[in-house]
Design a protein around this ligand. Structure first.
Ligand SMILES: CC(C)(COP(=O)(O)OP(=O)(O)OC[C@H]1O[C@@H](n2cnc3c(N)ncnc32)[C@H](O)[C@@H]1OP(=O)(O)O)[C@@H](O)C(=O)NCCC(=O)NCCS
Length: 165
């Protein structure tokens, strides 16, 4: 199946997720215009990637902050956009957060609000951010004040019929 723009079938195959490596992740984030300055080996434990090592097609990560978590650094290689990878990495990170018992996920974005809203995320007043999120480096230093804060409540068990992707 192709979509209206003739891009590849985004339901075709589930990517194989692997731990992300530091250099490849920083490169892809920089290419996508996302901040990567605070990324180190410790933080990288919450990150995943798909595609060849050294040349990932998609990356994304979870930063666990107390009872909450920040979903961050979702980036797809420019040549592979529109194939469903952005949605799949987001859903996989949500699944992993749920598995860890996180009830509320947050993210900051400048240009992809509509992308996440389609996945059930809602714009949230930055002033309402929990202190753990407001104190994160992304929130307080790396993402500009113009970045939108979005949140999503996660049910503790996946809804019946919800796609595991
Ligand atoms: C946003 C991003 C991750 C989407 O990845 P992707 O693999 O191209 O997205 P998918 O193929 O899963 O979904 C494509 C759909 O999302 C829409 N979409 C993609 N990027 C979008 C954006 N920035 N804003 C709104 N909608 C967007 C497409 O128009 C498409 O819609 P369609 O189904 O009606 O054709 C990718 O464009 C990217 O890496 N952007 C730069 C980094 C970024 O902004 N990350 C998000 C903040 S963490």
């Amino acid at each position: 199946m192709t979509n209206a723009r003739g891009t590849k079938d985004r339901e075709a195959s589930a990517p194989s997720w692997r731990p992300a490596e530091l250099d490849e992740t920083k490169r892809l984030l920089e290419q996508a215009g996302l901040p990567a300055d605070d990324l180190d080996e410790g933080l990288l434990e919450g990150f995943l990637a798909c595609g060849p090592v050294g040349e990932p097609t998609a990356v994304g990560g979870l930063e666990f902050l107390g009872r909450h978590a920040l979903l961050r650094s979702v980036a797809v290689a420019p040549s592979r956009r529109g194939e469903g990878l952005g949605q799949q990495v987001t859903r996989e990170l949500e699944r992993r957060a749920r598995e860890r018992g996180v009830q509320h996920l947050y993210l900051l974005t400048e240009g992809a609000t509509a992308f996440f809203e389609r996945l059930g995320w809602r714009t949230t007043d930055r002033a309402q951010a929990p202190p753990e999120i407001a104190g994160s480096t992304q929130f307080s230093r790396l993402c500009p004040a113009s970045a939108r804060l979005l949140s999503k409540a996660l049910s503790t068990s996946p809804a019946r019929g919800e796609s595991p992707r």
